[in-house]
Design a protein around this ligand. Structure first.
Ligand code: XMP
Length: 329
């Protein structure tokens, strides 16, 4: 491995050298580790000529917006504009059930919002932003051959993933990709050096389309998103309380668009089923379902049914990848 202190200093120097003294830079923060570390690095280099945007697409987890904005502002002092576009996203997703169509709509709306942000910024600054920061990692850039002179050999498994930023091509922004020679564990190390809170650096991956791929079918059905947020929060909090969060690659709940019969109090209920999924993995390409203790599952299931209205049944996903994918959609 490389010395991340050196990498950090070299990157900051390189960014200072690349970005002209009058140039402005924009960055879309997803709330994930990569875009956060990339933005923090650029911020160290050019200060508030960096302009970040965080979009609430209405598909975020419980209190996610508040939590990440607190990290961005209080811990990292990043200049961030938070855009609440929930209504816009959910409006366009109403009635849509096909998973790939959902993804397309979310990607398209994101670009629309990013466009507005960039144009507003241009008005305000009186000049076009020149660069765009992206948190691209090494495994995203190499297909079969590493960049010449990168000093990297092609020994890790490659994952091609679809991140937040399919961004507008007509904007003529030059790219800054300060993490493009790094692997995930190196990005975490770099983040530690840049004082990104350790708890933040250990966050599980979260898909760009968010809870849209975890509410099966129409995302706007009933109070599905709200139910899912509550269930997910109980599950994740229980995992943290049990000290299991860091051994699990990803854990989450899925809202199923079916109702089953139950009995709660003296009442017969006809309510929703939620599924819990937790997997271990090295890179997300393959994954094994995680084996919880009986007692843990029992507690979680009780907690969910006792405190989340509209849920009377909890099941666990016990499939690995392959044959399943990690997400249900
Ligand atoms: P799957 O479900 O394909 O997921 O086994 C592998 C990893 O990728 C994440 N994932 C996504 N990330 N946009 C993203 O940014 C997406 O559309 C998307 N779909 C899946 C998933 O959470 C897992 O970490």
């Amino acid at each position: 491995g490389w010395n991340m202190e050196d990498v950090s200093e070299e990157e900051i120097r390189a960014i200072k050298g690349t970005v002209g003294p009058e140039d402005h830079v924009i960055c879309a923060l997803s709330g994930g580790v990569d875009s956060t570390v990339a933005a923090t690095l650029v911020h160290k280099a050019i200060g508030d000529r960096l302009h970040c945007i965080f979009v609430d697409n209405g598909l975020l987890r419980y209190k996610e917006r508040e939590r990440v904005m607190e990290t961005f502002e209080k811990d990292l002092h990043l200049p961030v504009t938070c855009v609440d576009a929930s209504e816009q996203f959910l409006g366009h997703l109403k009635g849509v059930t096909d998973p790939e169509v959902k993804r397309k709509i979310i990607g398209r709306e994101f670009i629309n919002i990013f466009d507005v942000f960039a144009h507003d910024l241009e008005q305000k600054l009186g000049r076009k932003p020149a660069y765009l920061v992206q948190g691209t990692l090494y495994p995203d850039v190499i297909e079969s051959c590493p960049p010449p002179g990168s000093g990297r050999t092609h020994s890790h498994t490659i994952k091609s993933h679809h991140n937040v930023g399919g961004l507008p091509k007509d904007m003529k922004l030059k790219l800054i990709e300060p993490l493009k020679l790094l692997f995930k564990d190196e990005v975490r190390e770099l983040g530690r050096i840049l004082d990104v809170p350790v708890g933040f650096l250990k966050r599980h991956p979260f898909p760009g389309p968010g809870l849209a791929v975890r509410v099966l079918g129409d995302v706007t059905q009933g109070n599905a998103l709200d139910v899912l947020r509550q269930v997910d929060e109980i599950f994740i909090q229980s995992i943290k309380d049990a000290g299991l969060y860091d051994t699990i690659w990803q854990a989450f709940a899925v809202f199923l668009p079916v109702r089953t019969v139950g009995v709660q109090g003296d009442q017969r209920t006809h309510s929703h089923v939620v599924a819990l999924r937790a997997v271990t993995s090295q890179d997300g390409m393959t994954a094994d379902w995680y084996y919880f203790e009986h007692k843990f599952l029992d507690d979680v299931s009780r907690k969910i049914c006792n405190s989340v209205r509209g849920v009377n049944r909890v099941v666990q996903d016990i499939t690995s990848k392959p044959p399943s994918t990690i997400e249900w959609e």
